[in-house]
Ligand binder design. Sequence first.
Ligand code: SF4
Ligand code: SF4
Length: 394
Amino acid sequence: MTGMRRKPASTVSMDPAPEQLPLPARPVSQPVEPPLAALLELTHRCPLQCPYCSNPLELERVQSELSTEEWCRTISELAMLGALQVHFSGGEPTVRQDLVDLVRHARDVGFYTNLITSGAAITRQRFLALIDAGLDHVQISFQDAEPNSAVRISHVPNIQEKKLTFASWVRESGTPLTVNAVIHRQNIEHIDAMIELAVSLHANRLEVAHVQYYGWALANRAALMPSRAQLDFVTERVTEARERYRGKLVIDYVVPDYYAHQPKACMGGWGRQFLNITPSGKVLPCHAAETIPGMQFASVREQSLADIWAHGEAFQRFRGTDWMPEPCRSCDQREIDWGGCRCQALAITGNAAAADPACAKSDWHAAMQEIAATAVDAPSLPDFRYRRMGAGKH
Ligand code: SF4
Ligand code: SF4
């Protein structure tokens, strides 16, 4: 690691990891509100190999996963902390044989429960057991509306058939359904079909989410980045569909930061509303926080969740506004977007404490847009680097 800051260059390297700067001193601990929700990454195992997966490049192995008892204790601690929702996620959470027990426990201690799944690794019998245990909501991710493309992106044969079958069980059970359509350069032309897919599945909500470039997506950025014209096309189609399906389907739309001028309030602000627990029990302020070198992540195996949330070094590091340098420090948006995304600041500038380069006030804003333009203008489309154990090492 070096203390030298790279200047924004007119031509920016496509390497995903620029040199990294030391983190700022840890601000003083202050009283904090309870989290609203927690994302429980029960496992990193997954039958799919999506090249934009938000899991880390170094996936945690099954031997390190929390036991049923440890997850139940953690869920109870979350309830005592005052959180309201738990999202069972992964990897693919349904590969955990104890998922029904975990959902039942979460409902017993008062949580609203959501299952975030590919729908590709569960039988009808187990799904009905989850409903019986009190599961409140299901979110299914779709790689594409076009089956051959979905197979290519997920790297799993017959994936669409499995997902559609699972979605039909969700519909029959009357459980609220969100369809998550992850959009990128290689499926963006199918946006209309993806909207129609959500309608045909009787989804309550459709989340059209452009890829966010951390982890595997950052490694595959040149293969996934849409052009400005493609982005405008999707924005227009989503706007039109919102009108057409008003009162029938809610459509959320997440635009790619590389074409934005204002950053998102990442995670609703670092350490303000959400926490993420990895399969082995590390507690993160956001799912990509492990990309920031030098951070210490406490584990629910060693410390109480209440203590980690209130005093954990990783949560304190970028909580509130005291850590902010200029231009954020004196900006009137600092308690609205909280300086944007720390992981994106790191990925583009090499400094996790910099303003998010999606912000027009960042010195790196033009460089970020140039990265997108360079990726789109590349003479050939790179092959996907598929997400799997051990594939993040090179
Ligand atoms: S993004 Fe794809 S590979 Fe990653 S956990 Fe979800 S379904 Fe599995
Ligand atoms: S300067 Fe910082 S706080 Fe202001 S809009 Fe940009 S990222 Fe947000």
